[in-house]
Design a protein around this ligand. Structure first.
Ligand code: HEC
Length: 134
């Protein structure tokens, strides 16, 4: 056994565990391509955004903030800050991609698949569209 390598081995172990603690924090969150093709069942529902607003103000604002800017009261305890939902970065995504993210979640953002119905998740996408700004 050659003890010269011990510091090197420790360094490798340390680096590997550092990346394990924060999985997927540095890479931007991308929905899979096929999410873009999901069909929005509320496409012609004029009340969808209002339904989404009610859901947002009970389930989502604590982290995302009342206007979706990522400044909710619980945001400071999150390891990854949620993006401003009205920003061009979020608004450039398809309805299907946003629906997919709400459905599957990542990290501190839970999966809402078992929490609310499919229509409720689409209604939230419609509400997120009303937050758009430059
Ligand atoms: C516990 C805090 C928390 C709650 C509650 C929460 N989110 Fe999130 N959300 C996050 C975090 C953190 C991210 C960023 C995740 C990442 O990038 O890894 C996120 C990301 C998102 C994104 C993706 C934005 C992007 O970067 O493209 C959408 C859309 C979203 N949330 C919608 C919602 C909706 C709708 C609700 C309510 C049903 C909700 N979230 C509830 C913490 C939360």
């Amino acid at each position: 056994m050659n003890y010269r390598y011990i510091p090197l081995v420790l360094l490798v172990v340390l680096l590997v565990s550092a990346f394990r603690i924060a999985p997927g924090t540095s890479d931007p969150w991308k929905a899979p391509k096929e999410a873009d093709a999901l069909v929005d069942p509320l496409a012609n529902d004029a009340k969808a955004a209002a339904k989404g607003a009610r859901l947002f103000s009970s389930l989502c604002w604590t982290c995302h903030g009342p206007q979706g800017k990522g400044d909710g009261p619980n945001a400071t305890s999150l390891s990854v800050l949620p993006a401003d939902l009205g920003s061009p970065f979020v608004q450039a995504q398809s309805n299907g991609a946003l629906y997919w993210k709400i459905t599957h979640g990542r990290g501190d953002m839970a999966s809402y698949e078992q929490v609310i119905s499919r229509e409720q998740r689409w209604a939230l996408v419609h509400y997120i569209r009303t937050l758009a700004h430059e």
